[in-house]
Design a protein around this ligand. Structure first.
Ligand SMILES: Nc1ncnc2c1ncn2[C@@H]1O[C@H](COP(=O)(O)OP(=O)(O)OP(=O)(O)O)[C@@H](O)[C@H]1O
Length: 759
């Protein structure tokens, strides 16, 4: 308790009744006469001659119950509280009001003193009884301040931050799915199969929004269940739901636009979360600082800074969400504070100068970004770049066949070809180095041809494929298709020109949740096959690729080989004019390979032009009418498999199986070298020895003769003599590949590999 009686003297302690009685000069006068017409201070000095005012009765009556309060006059200021500048202690005429316990005692005793002062200043002729200040006491009408409620609203600011974090993660996980679609090739596959860009993005957006809105509903239900007043009071629940929904509406197109820069969906997911949270939290913190300082200091320039920052940061949907939720909490705190004083300071969140501007901003951003996403697409950019990338200069190649093909393309002798590559090149530019993945390849592929692209890992096959299917733009050169009318059109316009392309990507672009049937039905619909014919077409493909046992199961239950079969089946849907097959048989058993080859050959025989990459020489020999071996991004040889074997496969391969394991090869090697000095020992595995005999060092008949004659003497169980295989030609070229970390030979799963020396 304290009573301030003047600027330099105040008491903070409550007083006991006896202290109070002692302090009341009128009750306990120094001369010992209660009720004397003098008011004296504690030192006995007369302060007021009350008889002059005839108020003694009043004071006596007023001081009858001194335990509730009283007055003292002329009390000397204690040394501690005296002004430090004045060291002279002098008595001052003071009036002090004392009170104790009762809440009403202070105002009533103060009022007595005020009355006294009033009467003191009345003119002598005036009757003091006619004047007076009356004090009324009424109970307080308002409720007490509910501190718990206010603290709860402040705590809900923390909930707002959690909501921002949660929705940052949710939108990131939804937004990164399109990156997965692109990286696995599913997006490209759908475009190639006939799905337009706009349709893809629009349906994606609709589906993602639907999925997102389910989460919004769950979140709003939880908020409602826990009755978080900042987000549920009056119109706040509707505002919270709208804010969350619009956040998704503005954020998803923004993520779609950025999706192209990510090479993995995991990287995209982490990046989106970081971007969301950085944009959301940092912008909120940056704006909160000047706002708080402006509230504390009442400085107008800080308020201006806050206003400017607020408008600038509305560019970020994350800021809009955080700011909107914090504003709802702030509104609620204000309401809780003023509500106790019967003032309703609640502002509707839908008012334009409150959250209305945030809603408008989010809706505007979402619409503009979605339109941008629908209008801008990769092929459009490729077309712009394609015009500047054309460069038709004939480069001399080391190989005569490659050069001939190049001349054929440049001289325009490709009228019968459906797919033509003009000097196609691709370089990847990173910060520190430039990698030339594909270098000036020219090629024309007619209908009914299966062209094989061979090369070690990193030779540039997949890059060539990506340029063919429109996934990446060539650095220079172009790939065109010839329409049935004979016009050359860009690959991206194939669908419009009526040329169907089937694509089997290196990674299976399948949806784990769909069954084989559902995949086939979907891709048949994309190809435009009439609904009534879809079962027939799908069944035909299932039968040709022997997928009957799996087609009703979800794809997640498929083995690697079965997934490849389904991927190839999807590429074959609708009898495409051009088939792009990137390692279609990898991971398949020999039996499945036979079915696959038959399926591909059937389409090729019916006039389809196929381009195939494979690490299986057996497959290339079985399927390809022509092939090229790529080394460091350029063709090193080109022609039919037999032509390549004839040109580059010099001589014979001799395989000798010994009767016993562990025998050294020296005796046999010495014997063979005696008859054929040019023979090369290539390696030994268990009891198998392998030799290469160049043609000029001996003929087939002599070789048989020597081996038959010495079979028993050399402990030979049996032997075989073959013409040099395509695989050996391939290995010979592969040694030319730059010794980069990627340039390692991938062992074929299909054929036995001895420890080869290069031929
Ligand atoms: N996105 C990229 N950025 C930079 N360099 C790349 C990129 N993609 C491929 N390369 C490089 O381009 C070269 C050719 O790669 P590509 O994937 O076309 O080889 P490939 O013949 O298909 O190999 P594989 O048989 O393993 O599929 C390699 O040196 C590779 O490192």
């Amino acid at each position: 308790f304290f009573v301030r009686t003047n600027s330099s003297c105040w008491h903070t302690d409550p007083f006991s009744s006896s202290e109070l009685q002692d302090a009341c000069g009128c009750r306990k006068c120094p001369n010992g006469t209660p009720g004397a017409p003098y008011l004296k201070n504690s030192l006995g000095h007369t302060l007021l001659n009350l008889s002059a005012f005839s108020v003694e009765e009043y004071l006596l009556v007023a001081s009858e119950k001194p335990r509730l309060g009283g007055w003292s006059f002329g009390v000397r200021i204690s040394d501690q509280v005296e002004d430090a500048n004045s060291n002279i202690s002098k008595p001052k005429t003071l009036a002090k009001v004392w009170y104790n316990q009762g809440f009403h005692s202070l105002p009533s005793y103060l009022n007595h003193l005020n009355n006294l002062i009033l009467w003191r200043h009345l003119p002598p002729s005036a009757d003091w009884r006619q004047y007076g200040i009356t004090l009324y006491s009424h109970p307080y009408g308002g409720a007490l301040l509910n501190e718990d409620k206010i603290l709860e609203s402040i705590r809900q600011c923390g909930v707002a931050l959690c909501i921002v974090l949660g929705f940052s993660i949710l939108t990131a996980s939804i937004g990164s799915s399109v990156v997965k679609d692109r990286v696995t090739g599913a997006k490209r596959l759908q475009h190639i199969s006939g799905l337009g860009y706009r349709m893809y993005w629009f349906t994606n957006f609709l589906y993602d929004m639907l999925f997102y809105l389910v989460s919004v509903c769950l979140c709003v239900a939880i908020i409602f269940a826990f009755q978080l007043s900042a987000f549920t009071f009056r119109e706040n629940l509707a505002a919270t739901a709208l804010l969350l929904a619009l956040f998704g509406y503005a954020t998803l197109p923004w993520m779609y636009l950025l999706s192209r820069i990510f090479s993995s969906s995991d990287v995209a997911f982490i990046s989106y979360i970081s971007l969301n949270f950085i944009c959301g939290l940092c912008t909120m913190l940056i704006t909160i600082m000047p706002r708080l300082l402006a509230i504390i200091s009442k400085a107008q320039n800080l308020q201006n800074i806050y206003d400017v920052l607020k408008w600038v940061f509305t560019l970020f949907p994350q800021f809009c969400l955080g700011q909107g939720l914090i504003e709802l909490c702030y509104n609620q705190i204000k309401y809780d504070l003023t509500h106790n004083f019967s003032v309703d300071s609640y502002v509707s969140p839908f008012e334009m100068n409150f959250l209305g501007w945030i809603f408008m901003e989010l809706a505007f951003q979402g619409t503009v970004l979605l339109l941008l996403r629908l209008l801008l697409h990769w092929d459009l950019l490729q077309q712009w770049r394609g015009h500047s990338a054309l460069r038709d200069t004939v480069k001399t190649s080391k190989d005569i066949d490659v050069e001939k093909e190049q001349m054929r393309v440049f001289e325009g002798r490709t009228s019968g070809d459906i797919l033509v590559l003009h000097n196609l090149s691709k370089s990847y530019q990173s910060f520190f180095k430039k990698t030339t993945a594909v270098q000036d390849i020219s090629l024309g592929i007619p209908r009914g041809e299966c062209f094989g692209l061979l090369g070690v890992n990193g030779a540039g096959k997949s890059t060539t494929f990506k340029m063919l299917n429109g996934d990446i733009a060539p650095t220079s050169g172009r790939a065109v298709i010839r329409t049935p009318m004979g016009d050359e059109v860009a690959l991206s316009s194939a669908g419009v020109a009526g040329v169907l392309i089937g694509y089997c990507p290196q990674q299976d672009a399948l949806d784990d949740l769909l069954t084989g049937w559902e995949h086939l039905h979907y891709y048949c619909s994309l190809r435009g096959i009439p609904k009534q014919h879809i079962p027939e077409v799908a069944e035909d493909l299932v039968r040709r690729l022997h997928l009957e046992a799996h087609v009703n199961q979800p794809v997640r239950t498929y083995s690697g080989g079965t997934k490849r079969k389904l991927s190839t089946a999807l590429a074959l849907v609708g009898k495409p004019d051009i088939l792009l097959l990137d390692e279609p048989s990898s991971g398949m058993d020999p039996c499945s390979k036979q079915y696959l080859w038959e399926a591909i050959m059937k389409d090729v025989r019916e006039g389809c032009a196929a381009v195939l990459t494979s690490h299986s020489m057996e497959e290339c020999e079985a399927l390809c009418t022509r092939l090229a071996i790529m080394v460091n991004g350029s063709f090193k040889c080109l022609g039919s498999p037999q032509h390549i074997k004839n040109r580059f496969g010099d001589g014979y391969t001799v395989k000798v199986w010994l009767c016993k394991r562990g025998h050294q090869h020296h005796t046999i090697s010495d014997c063979l070298k005696l008859h054929f000095p040019g023979i090369q020992f290539k390696g030994q595995r268990l009891n198998l020895l392998e030799y290469h005999l160049p043609k000029r060092w001996g003929c087939l008949a002599d070789l048989f003769k020597v081996l038959e004659k010495n079979k028993t003497f050399l402990n030979i169980k049996h032997y075989s003599i073959n013409q040099t295989t395509l695989e050996q030609v391939f290995i010979n070229f592969a040694t030319e590949q730059q010794q980069t970390p990627q340039a390692t030979l991938e062992p074929s799963t299909d054929s036995y590999h001895p420890q080869h020396l290069p031929i």
